[in-house]
Ligand binder design. Structure first.
Ligand code: NI
Length: 196
């Protein structure tokens, strides 16, 4: 089932999300529903707060990046097979010199900006079977994970922009929160009463 994606301005996107247990209600339908919602919107990642749930759950599938010709064959292969669910994730370490990448977000349609992040990330998490893992990622994989991780910390990529950029985007962000935007997937807007 496709779930509505929560738009910029909704308080749920600003909460520090909480850990869950195996007993979290209907997790076995929530996860497939979130995959379906993400693919329907052509996203490479989706976090639970984006479907209105302030819990530490996100997923990543970087396959759409794998035909990017600017990447090495090795990196393309790595991105092609990467599909994972991250539960109760915690970033242990981020290292390296910050690099820019043009990011977007399903909760902030039509806005893309260069965001600086460190290239390497070590993260601990539980998979969908609640098995623990600690892994290190770099490059685009790290980038997508860092973006989704920010969602469960109540952070959006627009927070990371310069104050000038933020001022320039203010009106567009306000329009998004009011639903004054055309988008080809189902969304829920905080500042209008009825969902579209
Ligand atoms: Ni996002």
């Amino acid at each position: 089932m496709i779930l509505p994606i929560v738009a910029y301005g909704d308080p749920v996107l600003r909460k520090v999300a909480t850990d869950i247990t195996k007993e979290y209600p209907k997790l076995d339908t929530l996860i497939p529903n979130m995959w379906e919602t993400m693919y329907n919107a052509h996203g490479v990642g989706l976090a639970a707060p984006q479907v209105g749930l302030p819990i530490r759950l996100f997923m990543v599938d970087t396959s759409p990046f794998s035909d990017d010709e600017d990447l090495s064959k090795e990196e393309q292969e790595q991105l092609k097979g990467f599909k994972k669910v991250f539960i109760n994730a915690k970033i242990e370490e981020e290292t390296g010199a910050e690099w820019d990448f043009n990011e977007g977000c399903l909760s902030i349609p039509d806005i893309r900006e260069d965001v600086k992040r460190k290239p390497e990330v070590t993260i601990s998490y539980l998979d969908e079977n609640f098995e623990p893992h600690t892994e290190t990622y770099n490059g685009l994989l790290a980038r997508v994970i860092q973006h989704e991780y920010d969602h469960i910390e109540g952070v959006l990529f627009t927070d990371k922009l310069s104050s000038l950029k933020k001022r320039l985007l203010k009106n567009r962000l306000e329009k998004i929160s009011k639903g004054k935007i055309s988008v080809d997937y189902k969304m829920r807007f905080p500042n209008i009463k009825k969902a579209r």
